[in-house]
Ligand binder design. Sequence first.
Ligand SMILES: C[S@@+](CC[C@H](N)C(=O)[O-])C[C@H]1O[C@@H](n2cnc3c(N)ncnc32)[C@H](O)[C@@H]1O
Length: 321
Amino acid sequence: MAKRAKPAAKRSAGSSKFPKVGAGELLTLLDFVRYAVSRFVEAKLVFAHGTTDPVAEAAFLVCEALHLHPDQFEAFATARVTSAEGKKILDLIARRVTTRKPTAYLVNKIYMRGLPFYVDERTIVPRSFIGELLEQHFGGDGDDEAGSLISDPGVVESVLDLCTGSGCLAILASRNFPNAEIDAVDISKDALEVAARNVRDYALEDRLTLYRGDLFKPLDGKRYDLIISNPPYVDAQGMAGLPRECRAEPKLAFDGGADGIDIVRRILDEAEAHLTPQGGLLCEIGRCRPQLEAAYPQLPLLWLDTADSEGEVFWIAAADL
Ligand SMILES: C[S@@+](CC[C@H](N)C(=O)[O-])C[C@H]1O[C@@H](n2cnc3c(N)ncnc32)[C@H](O)[C@@H]1O
């Protein structure tokens, strides 16, 4: 007997996992965002990759599918999408739910401080608080009680971004410190390939140099006016409980050893030898503040908060190390 041809695989948006969307039921960008939010909430997704709630993630996904900057969402919220665009959006929504990969990986893009960066699974999706802090505390006057930590960004001649991943913080730093040469280090060849693409996209090849290696090792003892770092800082318990969204990201980007501060300890111990006398270190450490303060009770760490974080980033001047 002749074998019967298998039916073509159903499009996931129309599969039993998803309520069927009839023609003409979803018309506007807002309709698609509302539909995505319902699916995301139903599937109990985690939002930690450039967005922190289902509405922002859905708006980001819809905008990317339509080649719009997220800031343009409001202007077009009530505009209709074509059927081809609608199909593309429904496919992305289905992939977000079934793969649980962050939208940033599905669309190969993330915005930091309003700027686009290319990302894929060779590097972590950027979401560091350091971008915001560079704007708040390194602009000459500062806008809270910590004030400005560097009086004139124009005099900063050299910046080092340790553990650069996609290169996003190094690239943001190049804008905050217009006269600085920037070096950026990562141990991962894969991550550096993504960083190199971003450096090219921002035409920074002449001012931003990427190094592959273990923290300060590839830098030949060079000293910097500013070191920034968002290193791996997840402790063993956190590694065991990473949400599925984070398991698509390189483990190397998270793993901070048993108590989370293996890499941070090395950065703190070695930073003085790589800073100029007026320089300083800005370092993100997630929820490791208690163990860090217990390990370095003598250090006057200044904790800097952001809109979405408290006590997750410290500053220390070279003179205090
Ligand atoms: C949390 S990710 C941060 C990436 C990027 N700075 C950001 O904010 O998106 C940490 C990065 O540190 C890198 N890394 C891990 N161990 C390292 C080491 N010993 N030396 C240099 N880089 C390291 C990882 O490959 C990863 O890209």
